[in-house]
Design a binder for this molecule. Structure first.
Ligand code: 13P
Length: 253
């Protein structure tokens, strides 16, 4: 089976996690200005906490920078105290929702099935689902990475997924927030395995899905990582909270 990479427009997505308050809307506006001024050869998005989506959406109006969310419930509404639906996130101004981040899989015991249901709910709203996968340090040490991410992809990808409505993000759990990244060859191996799995699941469209890398992406390593085969962008945590670092990453596309 051919896994020769197609030319795919990359996506650089900032995940602010549980960081940021009203004063960071200024940072969103600065990112929007930067994206408008420079010809960035990538789709650019910031996923702030849910409390800022509405304000961030207003701040990027008319710009190419888009706003996304970090999680959602799989039902559109109902008795789920404290939860937020994809319908509500769309209403607030989100254009995409991250689902299955390892901090949710670990912290809230989210299963592949739940992640798939959430992704479906996102797609049903006409938004993009950003489905996260990745192995733990223990699984990496045992040489189980390909098996783990393959299983997560098959279990988390809804059958209605297309390259337009779904992005995949490979985030090794041990690389997140640690300042450590896999060796370039290891990233290529995983992304190629994910590409092959996508081609098996979707023989026609599998070649076109964006597969992002996430986990300690920085201004220093972005150009190396973004140039790797089958890496179609980055999901950036900590560095997306800094104007200097995130714009340096955008410049390195
Ligand atoms: P860091 O870039 O801070 O390692 O976080 C990665 C991540 O989890 C993005 O979703």
């Amino acid at each position: 089976m051919s896994v020769r990479p197609l030319k795919i427009r990359p996506a650089i997505i900032g995940n602010w996690k549980m960081n940021g308050s009203g004063k960071e809307i200024k940072l969103v506006s600065r990112f929007a200005d930067f994206v408008n001024k420079h010809k960035i050869a990538a789709d650019v998005m910031i996923c702030p906490p849910a409390t800022l989506i509405d304000r961030a959406g207003l701040a990027v109006k008319g710009s190419k920078l888009r706003i996304g969310a970090q999680n959602c419930h799989n039902e559109p509404s109902g008795a789920h105290t404290g939860d937020i639906s994809a319908t509500m996130l769309k209403d607030a101004g989100a254009r995409a929702v991250i689902v299955g981040h390892s901090e949710r899989r670990t912290g809230y015991d989210e299963t592949d099935k739940q992640v798939r249901q959430k992704a479906q709910a996102v797609i049903d709203q006409g938004l993009q689902a950003i489905i996260c996968l990745g192995e733990t340090r223990q699984q990496f040490n045992k040489g189980q990475t390909l098996q783990v991410v393959g299983r997560q992809l098959r279990g988390s990808l809804p059958s209605s997924a297309t390259p337009q409505n779904t992005l995949i993000a490979y985030e090794p759990v041990w690389a997140i927030g640690s300042g450590r990244t896999p060796k370039p060859d290891d990233i290529i191996k995983v992304h190629t395995h994910l590409r092959k799995t996508l081609l098996k699941l979707h023989p026609k469209a599998g070649a076109k899905f964006k597969i992002l890398y996430g986990g300690s992406v920085s201004a220093a390593n972005a150009s190396t990582i973004l140039a790797l085969e089958n890496v179609n962008g980055a999901l950036v945590g900590g560095a997306s909270l800094s104007f200097k670092d995130f714009t340096a990453i955008l410049r390195s596309v």
